[in-house]
Design a binder for this molecule. Sequence first.
Ligand code: SAM
Length: 257
Amino acid sequence: THFGFETISEAQKEKKVGAVFSSVASSYDTMNDLMSLGIHRIWKDHFVRSLNPGSTSGKGWNILDVAGGTGDIAFRMLDHATQVNGDHSTKVTIADINPDMLAEGKKRALASKYADTGRLHFVLGNAESMPSMPSDSVDLYTVAFGIRNFTNKDAALREAFRVLRPGGVFACLEFSHVNSTLFNAVYKRWSFGAIPLIGQLVAGDRDSYQYLVESIERFPAQEEFRAMIGDAGFLVPGLGYENLSGGIASIHRGIKP
Ligand code: SAM
């Protein structure tokens, strides 16, 4: 049946995404630096600074970092809460579908100053359904470079809406669409030409990086993604998104009313 076919292809997509991230887990951080020429660090720093996680009142935030992988966003948020807001109570739960990515994150956590602080938790799970996360419990939901890999993005947005408390913030950092034709031509040359090649040379895995480049191309443009966030029930403030590096990446935000 049509329905049956769809189920199989969704399962296959999930398996493919799983294989891609298992294969890249150990080289993931180095590859990010090479592929983005280090710029992903600037985007991530900006993302976290703009969210200003943590509170000065002593009551920490409950943050959920979905598709948190090796913890790039989670560590930055804890650092920001602690160093900028003097907040030692904010906690981050990293949820990810891939045990190999989580294992890399756990390794980093053990070697970090957050080992044994109880401020960092790891949960294996699919963003589309997180039954272990109570409704209305999360202050800030972040997802960085994750949502474009989800099979059902609308389901993930609805699940984000469910777990956030009223007034809670959904924030997404993701590759997006470049609107300057000239810059886009240069960028496409880099992503379709150089990235799979770097993948092959450095990680010995051309296919996974080819898949990553294609998934960026298929992800909805800024306005369309903004509408999806609104459809999930979020209030979308102002323009709803901020372009980074000419739209190579963008930050989208929504507030649960
Ligand atoms: N957020 C991290 C960062 O910015 O460095 C990791 C991003 S990595 C490109 C994408 C992550 O999404 C991978 O760790 C992958 O396992 C995870 N992922 C893919 N599909 C998922 C799903 N349906 N639910 C939860 N995580 C998923």
